[in-house]
Design a protein around this ligand. Structure first.
Ligand code: NCD
Length: 309
């Protein structure tokens, strides 16, 4: 039972599979709709930019009959006057029934959950390079919808595996399923997934190939999960410019794939997927973003109706 949604590490296979069937229910017309006498309120506290996470949560909340308030930029908030996240949470928990927070510092969502005194569920909308559990829920729903399974898959991760929180959360979630093979394909060794993630995979006896190449792996992959380089988290901007130059997916890269193969991307994209890939049947990233509304409707409903997932 999860009262707060902080990390993909808190999930296991049965919770994830049950959640997928909730997403299916919320994607069909036949889903519960709150008839609250006093509509529930979602507070969105965004200390970092966002398009999909914030707007899909707001869309989901409105669609299940709730209301939203919040900020998209902390420059207009009391953070500028030196207010701590702890005090912001203690305050906003009195204004809302559920709180979604995104923050540039790893671990902030966990601190926010520890700060609540009114049992208000806290949802991590991304904390630094650490975790993005609701993107993970969107991603596993997308994979399940397309492939019909979460076991027996080969998935390649391309891009910023070091700072990319969506990759970290997806790797953790898929490691709960049988016979999943992870291929790590960073554009430069500097952006390889950190050793603690590799150690976790080893501990769980999960198959992985470090330093895979897209050319070597592409014919056997079921999913290629591409991410942008997390420019804002690079200590050295020159490094970003150097790595960015040799990193792009084109239709040619994808010319020898399995029939059911899909390309995913949490978005936003920069130059890493060329625009003409969008027209290929395997490109699935905009559908993935749209699936985020179903996943977030299911999540909000569960947290508001039952107080936990
Ligand atoms: C991602 C994020 O914020 O981590 N975006 C998203 O929520 N869909 C990916 C990114 O910023 O690169």
């Amino acid at each position: 039972m999860l009262q707060h949604i902080i990390s993909a590490k808190d999930f296991d296979a049965p919770i994830l599979l049950k959640f997928i069937s909730e997403c299916e229910r919320f994607e069909s017309q036949n889903h519960p709709f709150f008839l609250w006498t006093k509509p529930k309120i979602l507070a969105t506290l965004f200390f970092e930019p966002s398009t999909r996470t914030r707007l899909s949560f707001e869309s989901a909340m409105i669609k299940i009959g709730g209301r939203c308030l919040g900020f998209a930029d902390d420059k207009s908030t009391s953070t500028q006057k030196g207010e701590s996240v702890y005090d912001t949470i203690r305050t906003t928990e009195g204004f809302a029934d559920v709180i979604l927070i995104r923050h540039p510092i790893d671990g902030t969502a966990r601190l926010a959950a520890e700060a609540t005194k009114l049992s208000t569920p806290i949802i991590n909308g991304g904390d630094g390079s650490n975790a993005h559990p609701t993107q993970m829920l969107t991603d596993i729903y997308t994979i399940y919808k397309k492939l019909g399974r979460l076991d027996n898959i080969k998935i390649g991760y391309m891009g910023d595996l070091k700072y990319g929180r969506t990759v970290h959360s997806l790797v953790q979630a898929l490691s709960h399923f049988d016979n999943v093979e992870h291929h790590f394909i960073p554009p430069d060794e500097e952006l390889q997934i950190e050793p603690d993630h590799i150690e976790c995979l080893k501990d769980q006896n999960v198959n992985f190939v470090k330093n895979s190449s897209v050319e070597a792996a592409i014919e056997s992959l079921d999913v290629l999960y591409v991410t942008r380089l997390q420019k804002e988290r690079f200590p050295d901007p020159m490094e970003y410019n150097r790595i960015m130059k040799n990193y792009q997916i084109t239709p040619k890269t994808l010319s020898k794939t399995k029939p059911e193969f899909i390309v995913m991307h949490p978005l936003p994209r920069n130059e890493e997927i060329r625009r003409d890939v969008d027209d290929l049947p395997c490109s699935h990233y905009f559908q993935q973003a749209h699936n985020g509304v179903f996943a977030r409707k299911a999540l909000l409903y569960k947290l508001l109706a039952y107080g936990c997932l």
